[in-house]
Design a protein around this ligand. Sequence first.
Ligand code: FE2
Ligand code: FE2
Length: 325
Amino acid sequence: MTISPSPLATSETWTDARLLYALEEVVETELNRHLTVAKDWMPHEYVPWSEGRDFDGVMGGEPWAPEQSKVSAIGRTALVVNLLTEDNLPSYHHEIATLFGRDGAWGNWVHRWTAEEGRHGIVMRDYLLTTRAVDPVELERFRMAHMSEGFESDNRHSMLHSVAYVAFQELATRISHRNTGHHSGDPVCDRMLARIATDENLHMVFYRNLLRKAFELAPDQTMAAVRDVVVNFRMPGHGMPGFERAAAQMAIGGIYNLRIHHDDVLQPVLRFLKALDISGLGPEGLAAQEELGLFMEGLDGQATKFDERREALLARRAARREAAG
Ligand SMILES: [Fe+2]
Ligand SMILES: [Fe+2]
């Protein structure tokens, strides 16, 4: 089935206010659907509290040392990136509340989403500190630096750009949490991150379904927004201390890289929306669709080159390890 523009679709420009109004009913339906499928889980159940003990400083306990951590090196890097990303929730709340408003169904979604995201930071920090998985002093210093910078969305200029961004970003976050769990080396960590990833998936579904409706109402404008977001996509944590280096390690470590971004994040959402197959577009929408298709092809090629470089690097590392005995 191909999505075709609804009889309401017009080539005129939709303002944010008109779109917010037109989409409110879908927001309500999607929020109700979300509430019936979302499981009300308890963050404290995912933390092995019996492993916890006092730290140095006020309590006079034992200082943190790297050998106390059971988590792999790549797992530690990714956990810090993923937690700092979750920690910037006040800025994200501000961004979406400003665009979507805090009234009616939109407001109900904004608040519910914020409450669910709050759980992610809580459970991750509790796990990391209880198990001594990462340096707590560095974690806190990074959190202060990251939150003090604030976060300003690249996509705040229109609500369609915002909805398109969060549809991809929630899936990107899901994949990043899930792969971090798989590479962490600790089944307790893996289970906690799998639980968070399930939430992120439901967030993606909410925004993805909203975007599908937007395609019916304002196909050309939605196509242009999706193209802009896909072409310029950046992870929300890009401003945190040491992000470039951490992102490079996560790419090599198979947690998040171009191949994963193309295959597991962009493709599934674009396929669901049938973005590259929608017909009946005006000139602006057609141009955007074509650019989107070309960009995806180019990205696939880049991802293949990255995969080759990554495999060569991993082979060299393995050979060095073998030589070292
Ligand atoms: Fe989250
Ligand atoms: Fe989320």
